[in-house]
Ligand binder design. Sequence first.
Ligand SMILES: C[S@@+](CC[C@H](N)C(=O)[O-])C[C@H]1O[C@@H](n2cnc3c(N)ncnc32)[C@H](O)[C@@H]1O
Length: 254
Amino acid sequence: MTSSPSPLHDQIQRYYTTRVLQKESCCSSSSCCSTRDAHPALPFAHLPAEEQPISFGCGDPLLIAELQPGQVVLDLGSGTGYDCFLAAKQVGESGKVIGVDMTPQMILQATQTAQRLGLSNVEFRLGYLENLPLDSNSVDVIISNCVINLTPDKPQVLSEAYRVLKPGGKLAITDVICLQPLSAELRQDLEAWAACIAGAITKDEFSQILAAVGFRDIQIVLSDPAPLSLNPEAERDFMENAQRVVSALIWARK
Ligand SMILES: C[S@@+](CC[C@H](N)C(=O)[O-])C[C@H]1O[C@@H](n2cnc3c(N)ncnc32)[C@H](O)[C@@H]1O
């Protein structure tokens, strides 16, 4: 892996290393780190609780991914592999799922879980989303769950997503969106970035970046506008500033 693109990447890496080692979700309330009732038959349900992957996501990208057997799927910021294992079940043994994440502890844990599950159609690669370790035009569907908000250079990350998608391929992600631009002060709070708040952009900004990169048929659907927060004190500040971050389903085609 190339050297860290920025101090923010290092901060986020440290944050998620701690979370995964302590088996903590990334934030304290509502839309983020949601429970995943939509998948009652989890393919890892038989593993002991301490070996199960943790979802650090803010939604369910598989609701919009429309995966088919045999497809190649890429998960941007795959974490402990939660969505990858669900996707692997859907694409079957003739398909393949590749998870990319910059945090070594995430890759280690996800790889160990894949081995425990005996899955040969899932692979985890250490790398930055800004410089994806994949060939151009090689992926049918890209999923991602609560990750793009963490990246400081969203046009670069979404350009890379576009590059590796096959023509006609689908981007299907969940992420957090702010209802109005966040304050400059909040944007400089690295802890709030790492907790999936300060890096959120508006629906219009997200849509404009996707269009500028070349995506078409762009759809962004916001969830219930429940606030996300770091802790009760941060939540109070957040509410007082009238700054809201909500979960969204986002999809588009190359
Ligand atoms: C909020 S967690 C979500 C993990 C997973 N998608 C899930 O739903 O459980 C964010 C993940 O994205 C990874 N990440 C954040 N920025 C990244 C970047 N620029 N390149 C690669 N991975 C990144 C982090 O290491 C972390 O594992």
